[in-house]
Design a binder for this molecule. Structure first.
Ligand code: CA
Length: 222
């Protein structure tokens, strides 16, 4: 999953990026509202963490413009204080959730997980696909109750496909959402990881749709 962090406080920005990277997300950053608005407008993020008080363009205005332009990316607002007027204004502007500063990083991570699940139509922290179970809280995968050991790359790939199960996900979409901008798009990395995942899962859940991409769906008969 690829996220955007828009926060002008450099220390806080760095802390957020570090925690999100450790949780397995690819993260882009912006330090002012204009840059943040531009990135959110042009790059396909799975979620955005947006501070309200930003130089050059206020966080609420950034959000209003994205929504006016039809961008539905889930947005977690960072409000400066526990001020109710900020929360109301944020929700009116189209925020999906908010966290008041100062916050515990664990809370931000939990809210981001919830936003990503809800955006994909899943209400609980566990996503199922036939015998495959993805625990988004613990980043663990089981098949028929047996734990499967995955590398972080393999986990991220499976998590993205399971969040979007029963629909074809193109190779380009996977690369855009799972890798940094300097990823070599011509490499066959995605194919290699898909091959490894299939072997480790040992159930027929990842289908190659020729010329279009991959689709995860419950194996027939499960
Ligand atoms: Ca700020």
């Amino acid at each position: 999953m690829r996220l955007l962090v828009v926060e002008d406080d450099e220390d806080l920005n760095r802390q957020l990026v570090t925690a999100l990277n450790q949780a397995g997300y690819v993260v882009d950053t912006a330090f002012d509202g204009e840059e943040g608005h531009f990135l959110g407008d042009t790059e396909p993020y799975d979620a955005v963490i947006l501070d309200i008080g930003l130089p050059r363009m206020d966080g609420l205005r950034v959000l209003e413009q994205w929504r006016a332009d039809g961008h539905k990316t889930p947005v977690l607002l960072l409000t400066a204080r526990d001020r109710w007027s900020d929360k109301v204004a944020g929700i009116d502007a189209g925020a999906d959730d908010y966290v008041a500063k100062p916050f515990h990083m664990e809370e931000v991570l939990a809210r981001v997980r919830a936003l990503l699940r809800r955006a994909a139509g899943h209400a609980s922290s566990e996503i199922e696909c036939g015998p495959i179970r993805l625990d988004t809280k613990a980043s663990r995968v089981t098949v028929d109750g047996n734990p499967i050991k995955l590398t972080s790359h393999e986990y991220r790939l499976l998590a993205y496909l399971m969040h979007h199960q029963n629909r074809v996900v193109s190779r380009t979409e996977l690369i855009e959402h799972l890798y940094d901008q300097d990823f070599d798009r011509d490499s066959n990395t995605v194919e290699v990881f898909i091959g490894r995942l299939r072997k480790k899962l040992a159930v027929d859940a990842i289908e190659t749709v020729r010329g279009l991409g991959y689709r995860v769906s419950p194996p027939v008969g499960s």
